[in-house]
Design a protein. Structure first.
Length: 310
């Protein structure tokens, strides 16, 4: 990952850590004072977001390290691992919120104080998290950071849940129906579980070496088609992604009589074109000589590929 991209990711992750620290303290204080389980559930949610932001910062720092003897393919999958861990943490937070809400319902204790202050904190939380998550998503899109994108998704979920809690508190203040508080908390937990599932799918897939998206593989095949007059065929095209790095490897079949330097130049030309159209590509091209019998071949390679020796 380019140095400037790494610095942008780290700065964005530090911003997330700072904002979440402030919000956790505020929500815990107001939730404890008011006795609102929905505000406390939001404090737990923000606490998980804080842990996730720290994990994102650490993973971004580690993923930026260059390849070494122990990690010849680089450290990119650290970001995928951190994203998966963050998703599991969100699942845990949702379970805790549901447990707290059910205990509140079963106990029958529904006294809530300081609703006005709670509404203010939830509104401020939604506003702050929206601005921070928008910034994180912009940086994550630019740098293709799964760890930062996971952190942004956490915060964006926090926006929606904070607004839900705010609406619930406002309704309680108007109607006096305190039963709404734990019910809103359960609704928050359901939204959190949905976000965690989506994040798990996105973060965990590259660990299983799932191929690149169809639109990116289309670009790869388009590049090969543009240079098809210089080789006979290609096969065993494989793609995968580790963190922000795209890995591509394929076998390129050339005439037996093609000089080594010509085949080498062709390989570099195709590799460079991949990198021009897709960021952070690590490409391996295996050159194969044609295995057909030249004596029995009806058409010479130079006839069907006139530019192959240019």
């Amino acid at each position: 990952m380019p140095i400037n991209h790494t610095q942008q990711n780290k700065a964005a992750a530090l911003l997330s850590i700072a904002s979440n620290t402030v919000l956790v303290i505020a929500k815990l204080a107001i939730g404890s004072f008011s006795g609102s389980v929905s505000i406390l559930s939001e404090a737990v949610h923000s606490g998980i977001d804080l842990v996730a932001a720290v994990i994102a910062w650490l993973s971004i720092r580690e993923a930026a390290k260059p390849a070494d003897n122990q990690h010849p393919y680089g450290h990119g999958k650290i970001e995928n691992a951190s994203g998966t861990i963050e998703a599991l943490l969100i699942f845990a937070a949702a379970i805790y919120i549901i447990w707290s809400a059910m205990r509140k319902l079963s106990s029958g204790t529904m006294e809530i104080e300081g609703l006005g202050l709670g509404v203010f904190v939830m509104g401020a939380s939604a506003g702050v998290n929206y601005l921070v998550s928008r910034h994180l998503l912009q940086v994550a899109t630019k740098t293709d950071s799964i760890a930062l994108r996971a952190d942004a998704m956490h915060l964006r979920t926090d926006v929606y849940t904070s607004l839900g809690v705010l609406a619930g508190l406002a309704t309680i203040k108007i109607t006096g129906i305190t039963l709404l508080d734990p019910l809103v908390a359960i609704g928050v937990a359901i939204l959190i579980i949905k976000a965690a599932y989506q994040l798990t799918m996105k973060a965990f897939s590259p660990i299983l070496d799932v191929k690149l998206p169809d639109d990116e593989e289309f670009i790869i095949r388009a590049v090969l088609a543009e240079h098809s007059e210089k080789f006979l065929e290609y096969h065993k095209l494989r793609t995968r992604k580790a963190g922000h790095v795209r890995h591509i490897d394929l076998h390129l079949v050339v005439p037996k009589s093609m000089r080594v330097d010509m085949a080498h130049t062709l390989s570099h030309t195709i590799t460079a074109e991949f990198s021009n159209r897709l960021e952070s590509c690590n490409t391996l091209v295996h050159i194969e000589p044609c295995q057909r019998g030249c004596d029995g071949c009806m058409v010479k390679c130079s006839d069907i590929r006139p530019n192959i020796y240019d």
